[in-house]
Structures are given as structure tokens and as C-alpha cells.
Design a protein around this ligand. Structure first.
Ligand SMILES: [Zn+2]
Length: 287
């Protein structure tokens, strides 16, 4: 990386130590949940580089290295094209064009910071993150064991990323609707049958969303600038006041853990010791 230009991103925890990336090489682009992980390497002297090429199987030693971490938050977009508004950061990269990465972020929830490789103390969500939902290690048994550890409402616990990574507000509502689980059910109160249904629902919803390149409600764009089309598949999210696609009952919107939550009051029965969610107007959807 040749330069970090803070167009409208004052120094702070969301961009901590970003300048340390300057002069380093981005070795890979990985993903964990909704975080992008870019391991960095200091410039390699030519002779050491030649030796490394001669023995290509030796994995790089991460000790003492840095990692660039990016989370796009709700409205962040990384794009090679200069955005017309809300440009926060410009990263100038080595090599032929396109060699400038722009971080556009209307609501400023995005983060871009440098940490010592694998040291996620500044990122507690990443540090405690559960398994990847579409990998083989995420089984119904693994989910059941995680849910047994929490009395939080199931939706809030899913959003914490601890039982499984990558489930945000939209996909939590979709998966809970599919599995017929009320979002306020305490995580550890789910029956085995419901856990299995939820496990399958999470995988189905995320696999289909990946296939359709995500859900664009406002600012989300794919790398090539296109919108994701999963929005047309949403059964629950944003459909308060409309008929449940399964039973026809009017869907409602409540608030769980300060997040707008959409459900069918008939398919998703409230758990027995009633915890009241705040009911708001069915018209105030998509927030
Ligand atoms: Zn229903």
C-alpha cells in the first residue's frame, strides 16, 4: 500500500493504526463472518524473496506481522470508482490501475484498522465469533450446544455472531420465520426440533442470499457496483402488515434488542413466560 488518505475519517478506534499498512503488501483477502481480513507483510528484500520462491511450501510466519481488518458496517462500500458522496478514505495501492480503493460510508459504522496478526482484542465480536454457517463444522449439534449457553432472546444471540457467524438483522428474521421460532424465545429454550429447523433455515437463507449476491435495501453493492437481488425473496423482513406467505396472517414488527424485527404471530408463537416486545406501526418497515 502506497498511501492512506483520510478524506473524512478522523483518527479514532474505527481506523486505529491504519497508517501502519503503508509500505506493506496485502498478502491475501480472507473473510470471517462480516469481517474482511487482509494479512500484511513488510516489503521483502529481493534475495529473501528468491529464497522464498525456491521453497514455496513454507507457510509465512505470522509472528510480528500486521493484519488489516475491514468491516463495512451497514452502509460501507469499497469501490475503485470515486464515489459522489460520503467518501471517507482513499487507499492508494501499488501496481497498474485500478489501484485506488475508496471507502464510501454514509452512516460511518464501517471500520478499517490495523492490528497485530490474529490479535482481535480491539474487535470483541470477531474474537468471539462462532463457526462459518456454510462450512461443514457448523452442524445442528454445534448450534444446539451454543444455544444452550445463552438465555438471551434467540434473535439477539444470533446477532451477537457468537453461535454462528454472518447472520445479520435481515437474515435472522428470515431464518427465524422459516424455522417458526419467535425471536424473543430464550436461546436455551429452543427444542431440539426447533434447533434443527433453525440450523437448516440459517444455511438455506444464507446460501440463497450468497447466490443472489445479497440484499440491497439502501447502499449495499457488490464489488462490481451491482445491487443484490435477495430482497425479492424476503419472506418476513420488511413485510409487516402483509400476509404471512405461509399462513396468510398479518405479519407484525416488534423491537428485539433495539432492532426492528419482523414475524408472523401465528407461525412464530411467543414463548410461554411472555416478554413483551414493543409493537410499532406496521407501516414503519425497512428500518
Ligand atoms: Zn404465518
Amino acid at each position: 500500500m502506497l498511501a492512506v488518505e483520510r478524506v473524512d475519517a478522523p483518527p479514532g478506534p474505527k481506523t486505529a493504526d491504519l497508517e501502519r499498512a503503508v509500505g506493506q503488501r496485502i498478502e491475501a483477502v480472507r473473510r470471517r463472518g462480516k469481517f474482511l481480513l487482509l494479512p500484511l507483510a513488510p516489503p521483502t528484500p529481493a534475495r529473501a524473496e528468491a529464497r522464498r520462491r525456491a521453497v514455496p511450501r513454507v507457510p509465512p510466519d505470522d509472528h510480528g506481522r500486521d493484519e488489516l481488518i475491514i468491516h463495512l458496517g451497514m452502509t460501507g462500500v469499497l469501490t475503485p470508482n470515486p464515489p459522489s458522496a460520503h467518501l471517507r478514505l482513499r487507499l492508494r495501492l501499488d501496481g497498474p490501475p485500478p489501484n485506488v480503493l475508496h471507502l464510501q460510508d454514509a452512516r460511518r459504522f464501517g471500520r478499517m484498522l490495523v492490528v497485530p496478526h490474529g490479535d482481535y482484542r480491539a474487535l470483541p465480536t470477531l474474537a468471539a465469533m462462532g463457526p462459518e454457517p456454510l462450512e461443514a463444522g457448523f452442524t445442528a449439534e454445534v448450534l444446539a450446544a451454543a444455544l444452550a449457553r445463552s438465555a438471551q432472546p434467540i434473535k439477539a444471540y444470533l446477532l451477537s455472531q457468537r453461535p454462528v457467524s454472518g447472520v445479520g438483522n435481515i437474515y435472522a428474521d428470515e431464518a427465524l420465520w422459516r424455522a417458526r421460532v419467535h425471536p424473543e424465545t430464550p436461546a436455551r429454550a429452543l427444542s431440539r426440533r426447533r434447533v434443527r429447523a433453525l440450523h437448516a433455515a440459517i444455511r438455506e437463507v444464507l446460501a440463497a442470499a450468497v447466490e443472489l449476491q445479497g440484499t440491497t435495501l439502501y447502499d449495499y453493492r457488490t464489488v462490481s457496483g451491482e445491487v443484490g437481488s435477495y430482497r425479492e425473496r424476503l419472506d418476513a423482513y420488511g413485510h409487516a402488515g402483509e400476509g404471512c406467505p405461509r399462513c396468510g396472517t398479518a405479519m407484525v414488527r416488534i423491537v428485539v434488542g433495539q432492532r426492528g424485527t419482523h414475524l408472523c404471530p401465528r407461525c412464530q408463537r411467543r414463548p410461554a413466560p411472555a416478554r413483551r416486545g414493543r409493537r410499532v406501526s406496521p407501516n414503519s418497515t425497512l428500518r
